[in-house]
Design a binder for this molecule. Sequence first.
Ligand code: COA
Length: 290
Amino acid sequence: MREYLGLPVAAGAGSRGDAGETIRSRRRDATGVPESDTVALDIDDEIATITIDRPDKLNALNVETLEALRSAIAEAENTGVRALVLTGAGEEAFIAGADISYMKDLGTPEAQAYAELGHDIARSLETFPAPSIAAVNGYAFGGGCELALACDLRVAAENAVFGQTEIDLGIVPGWGGTQRLPRLVNDEVARRLILFGDRIDATDAHEYGMVGEVVAHDQLDSRIDELTADLAAQPQFAVAAAKEAINQSYETDLGAGLEYEQRVFSGLFGTPDQREGMDAFVNKRDPEFE
Ligand code: COA
């Protein structure tokens, strides 16, 4: 992956394709992982949409699906997209969690490997060099909720239901829920959701700060299209810098975070987008970023 100012930058950054250019790709062999029928990657005009496509199991994530998801995220990153959308196939589920049928007989070493795989994917969404958006179109339980939490933004359809339901299975969240949920909602809410395994609707999730907005189910795609189009028009290096700086605020102490911010702020000066944005302002015109 390319770096700019010490920040990860998607390959192809700064060379936006022609408007309307569409690359449609099903995950393929190039990554070295066998093809999957349960994860689809679509790239359209520099926006990647990854769809978990296992609706008969409410898009529950078995190992094959997780590995395909990991490859799809890597492929989207290598392609150099300006936003990544994660969603689920069908009318009912975003992702109904880790695959319970697979997990039920695991011992500790296998469970550790499964946790590492889920964590790896959550982390790749969190550190993806462009904004990631969870388009939550139904059940988001357990690992599904955790992957949504790892995205930068969450948009929920009215029928979405959220839950860290692992406690009902005699376990705890294993793909980041105990760490990311308390950072997103208040501590009491996080503890209640995790300790009781409560399932909450989109309205409550919005009230608690778990999702940024709730839209009618049939409006979800168009709202995601609006958001991704807006993101695609933003200055890409600045967006990457902003995302990374915000992420740093959760991972370092305040002094180190403030120092990091100064570095990325000053480092953006001299970039074409900085010059363009400020020239557009002083000349009273709209900026056209690279
Ligand atoms: N893992 C494996 N399979 C799952 C699953 C999961 N997390 N969630 C749903 N499925 C499967 C069901 O086993 C069922 O498969 P089958 O038709 O072969 O029996 C299919 O998906 C449909 O689910 P079903 O329970 O029949 O649908 P429902 O509409 O009655 O209930 C839910 C939907 C989401 C409320 C229910 O499936 C559920 O509670 N799932 C588990 C959620 C969970 O605890 N996730 C956290 C895992 S860590």
